[in-house]
Design a protein around this ligand. Structure first.
Ligand SMILES: Nc1ncnc2c1ncn2[C@@H]1O[C@H](COP(=O)(O)OP(=O)(O)OP(=O)(O)O)[C@@H](O)[C@H]1O
Length: 629
């Protein structure tokens, strides 16, 4: 094969341009990235060699080596991992395929501020980050089990060159030709102390020895020896007490490509039916791709220190899909293929066990650190609520204690059991009101009577809320009840009787309003539910609420699939009702316009769009003119 010169994919060029020209902070992470690639490459080889011993080529002494030369201004990082063949070289080091770099580019594109370049420190852009310190990079590599070896070389501008070479040992050797830069010198990366420091800081847990070539003086002689810099104990195998918060965070950031430290970690060692260790993290905010189809849930799976798979889906349920982390269990036989592993019953029961642990940790957080729990809730509460109604409510009993909502009780959110503990003796139901934003919910007319009774009302201000609540149906034996339902049943017998009489006396007026609105509402009623408001809409008994109707409307193809039954309720003690009565007595035909205005007002309060806003506005205008005469 002759030498070929290839262009970087456009996105890669953009990324490289950024890396080379704009980023001066956090340069040191390049070493972490290269070491982590080397360690991944050994992991891959180890895994493949289970079924194909030949790949080892007689060398099982897995290691990563670093050598630096101040004279030549180069630093070399080599590994005896899987290596790359020609096509892999082109694909892996010519395009951006991987999560870290892709997410980084996306974040960069979305942010306008230069200071956001800081995020690279936490992100890492993989291999390409080496161009922060190198003016030229040479990669020599041979794929395990193959004969041909290749050299990849580039100055990170627009092109890279690939050439065939001889390389006896399998694996990859990366040579960085350190960039001269007076303003932002890179020379320290050639110093032994710095390399030691960086490996300790970022790569101590790497399971293979990271050996640095150091000079040792022996009398007059100096000789070069290899010294292992890392402790090699995977962080998850250490005792909790031996790991600092910072180490946990550092591990998360480098391993799971977040740019913010996690909200919390869950480090568990379980001995039982299945022995396992898990190190799980809850991110501190919703990942950028969380609501796209690119987001994949799952935990990394290791067995006996060998990496098996990256996103093992069975280990976390959908409602905890935000959890990142890894699970290491010696109880899996390694000879099974990934496909068989996926059906493994052990895996299912491991998943169940992990699910319980996550749940317990969240319950503890809710109990012990409400502030932090609210941060969690802001990021992932929607998923918990969706988890309640998905799979036909299969998980509702597990998840119901994790719910928190705003309520009329205070500005803080409340759990359902806190709500129940505050219920008054005569209160039989848990009241809620649903709608889009808290401020308008607080002012909903339907709330008035419930509030006057001294009952607390939950605010369901997210779309999934009502679906979750309806799946639950009850909590602690107390059914949920929407304050906008028609049969609120708050009155005593006396009040009911007075209302009925009043409806009888005003039958003509009510019928007149009903006739005027016949296509729009199913009924007009007088109500005790209102105090200072004149009218409101409530939903009927077909079980569909206004909020559900709105949600369904937004689903393409379902626009008219469900409609809540609308009942117009009028407050008989309000001056407006008296005014309606006198208008009806004088000229019954005028009631048509009034009815329409009342109905539209009630719609507005409910957050609905008016069928004909222009007509509504004209009617109001006419009324105002009339009033001024
Ligand atoms: N030392 C190596 N040995 C074998 N393959 C390597 C090595 N370094 C990099 N690669 C290959 O190049 C790919 C790209 O590396 P890069 O560091 O850019 O991203 P990544 O590490 O895969 O992604 P991320 O950083 O998001 O995990 C890797 O996925 C791997 O296939």
């Amino acid at each position: 094969m002759s030498k070929e010169t290839l262009n970087f994919q456009t996105e890669t060029s953009e990324l490289l341009n950024l890396v080379i020209h704009s980023i001066y902070t956090h340069k040191e992470i390049f070493l972490r990235e290269l070491v982590s690639n080397a360690s991944d490459a050994i992991d891959k080889l180890k895994f493949l060699s289970i079924t194909d011993k030949g790949l080892l080529e007689g060398d099982q002494d897995f290691k990563i080596e670093i050598a630096a030369s101040k004279d030549k201004k180069v630093i070399k990082i080599s590994d005896n991992g899987i290596g790359m063949n020609h096509d892999e070289l082109v694909a892996n080091l010519g395009t951006i395929a991987k999560s870290g770099s892709k997410a980084f580019m996306k974040a960069m594109k979305e942010s306008k501020k230069q200071s956001d370049l800081e995020i690279i420190g936490q992100f890492g852009v993989g291999f390409y980050s080496a161009f922060m310190v190198a003016e030229k990079i040479t990669v020599a590599t041979r794929r395990a089990g193959e004969e041909k070896a290749y050299k990849w070389e580039s100055d990170g501008k627009n092109t890279f060159v690939i050439d065939e070479i001889k390389k006896e040992k399998r694996g990859t050797e990366i040579t960085l030709h350190i960039r001269e830069d007076k303003e932002n010198p890179n020379d320290e990366y050639l110093e032994e102390y710095k390399i030691r420091e960086l490996i300790k800081k970022y790569s101590d847990y790497v399971r293979y020895p990271i050996n640095l070539e150091v000079e040792k003086k022996d009398g007059d002689k100096t000789e070069k020896i290899m010294e292992t810099l890392n402790s090699m104990i995977p962080i998850w195998k250490k005792n909790k007490t031996d790991v600092t918060e910072e180490e946990y965070n550092e591990f998360y950031i480098s391993k799971f490509h977040d740019w913010e430290k996690p909200l919390m970690n869950i480090h568990i060692k379980v001995e039982g039916n299945i022995d396992y260790t898990a190190l799980l993290y809850i991110p501190s905010r919703t990942p950028m791709d969380f609501y796209t189809k690119d987001y994949e849930k799952g935990l990394q799976l290791y067995t006996k220190n060998v990496f098996i798979m990256d996103k093992c889906k069975q280990l976390v349920p959908d409602h905890f899909r935000f959890v990142k982390g890894l699970v290491d269990s010696a109880d899996f036989s390694l000879n099974i293929s990934r496909e068989i592993l996926q059906q493994d019953r052990q895996l299912q029961s491991l998943g169940k066990n992990i699910q319980k642990k996550i749940q317990r940790e969240l319950e503890n957080l809710l109990k012990n650190d409400r502030k932090k729990y609210e941060l969690f809730w802001d990021a992932f509460g929607t998923d918990i609520k969706a988890g309640i109604y998905s799979e036909y409510g299969l998980h509702k009993d597990n998840l119901k204690n994790l719910l928190i909502f705003h309520s009329t009780f205070s500005d803080d959110k409340t759990t359902l059991s806190e709500y129940v503990s505050r219920m008054t003796e005569d209160q039989k139901e848990i009241y809620y009101v649903s709608g889009e934003d808290l401020e308008s919910l607080k002012k909903m007319p339907q709330m008035e009577a419930v509030k006057e009774k001294g009952y607390e009302v939950l605010f369901l201000n997210e779309r999934v809320d009502e679906f979750a609540i309806r799946t639950l149906m009850e909590f602690d034996g107390k059914p949920f009840k929407s304050v906008t339902e028609s049969n609120l049943d708050l009155e005593d017998e006396m009040e009911k009787k007075i209302l009925e009489e009043s409806e009888g006396e005003n039958k003509n007026l009510l019928d007149g309003i009903q006739d005027a609105l016949k296509d729009k509402i199913s009924k007009v009623k007088l109500t005790n539910r209102l105090k200072s408001s004149a009218v409101c809409l409530v939903s009927g008994e077909n079980g569909i609420s206004f909020e559900m109707e709105k949600v369904m409307k937004d689903i393409p193809g379902q626009e008219d699939a469900v409609k809540a039954e609308r009942i117009l309720e009028i407050n008989p003690s309000h001056n407006l009702f008296k005014a309606l009565k006198s208008i009806y007595e004088k000229s019954p035909e005028e009631i048509v316009d009034y009815a329409d205005i009342l109905y539209n007002q009630a719609l507005l309060v409910e957050g609905f769009q008016l069928d004909d806003p222009v007509e509504f506005s004209n009617k109001i205008t006419n009324l105002l003119i009339k009033a001024s005469k």
